[in-house]
Design a protein around this ligand. Sequence first.
Ligand SMILES: Cc1ncc(COP(=O)(O)O)c(C=O)c1O
Length: 466
Amino acid sequence: MSELYRNAAEQSDAAELQINPVFARPGEATSLPKFKLPDGMMSGDTAYQIIHDEAMLDGNSRLNLATFVSTWMDDNAQKLYVESADKNMIDKDEYPATAAIEDRCWRMLADLWNVPDTTDTIGTSTIGSSEACMLGGLALKRLWQERRRAEGKSTERPNLVLSAGVQVVWEKFCNYWDVEARYVPVTEEHLVLDGYELDTYVDENTIGVVAILGQTYTGLYEPVKEIAAKLDEIQAATGLDIKIHVDGASGAMVAPFCQPELEWDFAVDRVNSISTSGHKYGLVYPGVGWVVWRNKAACPESLIFHVSYLGGDMPTLALNFSRPGAQVLLQYYQFLRLGREGYREVQQGSIDVATYLSSEIGAMEQFELVSKGDTIPVFAWKLKPGERNWDLYDLADRLRMRGWLVPAYPMPDNLTGLVVQRIVVRLGLSRDLAELLLAAVTEEVDFLENLEAPIPREKQRKSFTH
Ligand SMILES: Cc1ncc(COP(=O)(O)O)c(C=O)c1O
């Protein structure tokens, strides 16, 4: 026996496994310190069981209609994921094949997004849209700084113009990189940034304008072409040449397939860079994102580092160093597996489910739609005015009790008085599941309508996840 065991600890683990049935073992039948690193070791089976069981208390990700992030991939993808879990994306010398696949992926996206010259462009994978947006924003800032320095002008007070409805990453960008955020408020008439009064927000210190393709709050697209046309007018009047970063976290992987007539990408001259989340409608598990620049000049060389300590000369354009390579392979898997036609079918399938759900919910007497789910498959609704003992937060709570996560939240400035509820349809929410969800919504609304008084409890006003 002894040569089978490398040390006494393993021997005692093995003995414990033989003697103690599952759930009667120390650690499973007793409690462990939660906030201190344990002094000793435990059997791998026990550690596994503890974590497996705790994770069981997480929600069912497929019923989470708050998140945009993929919660389902097919069996081949699962297999690839397990096979490539050890790959570190930064080790391009060690994993040249994965590096080549990363290169192919962003080039495919550059082509999909109509870069004018596929031999003169630059892009990279990232950990998600947040990192991709940061890089897009940093390039805009650096371009502005270089231009201002060349003109002998101050670089002290950069600002970025964006809708008040941007995702939190843009608040982070402005905060972390000392850029003044100039938020254009959303109103009933202008639910998204559409160029209206843009001239009152931009000036010589504006590093760029962010346009969101698939606003997080409602799923609505910001009209990139109209924003660009407004910036053209501003340039004609003032000489300011202001570029756009398209935050296509969701929409950049939907519009090319389902709204091919929409002009939003590099076909619009002012678009400097585009980012997306591979792990949203790119249909990959978290975390992978992408950012591509119109041409090499659109991403200052000074943002690229060259490192040699992993072997060879390795250019790196990223905030992270090490990160998983598996997701990049999964992205390539989806690109190969689905192609343009497959992506169109999958995204259109989700749009069909979203528009079916929105038409049913919009037809209920209590609700009015804010968006329909015909851009990205995401839609939101609000309560019609009226006296009632419940609100959308109550409905969210009731649905949560049945396992469905359908968040309610206030709109951004100037519409914070307006509370909406949102459904994000992703691959995996079939028509059948959608019908079960609708039944749950109808039953819970009936329950709430029959309340004789408001539910007496501290209401949770949680922010939504995405
Ligand atoms: C418009 C938009 N931008 C950026 C992000 C951040 O994306 P990620 O979670 O991939 O970092 C999101 C996430 O929902 C988003 O909706």
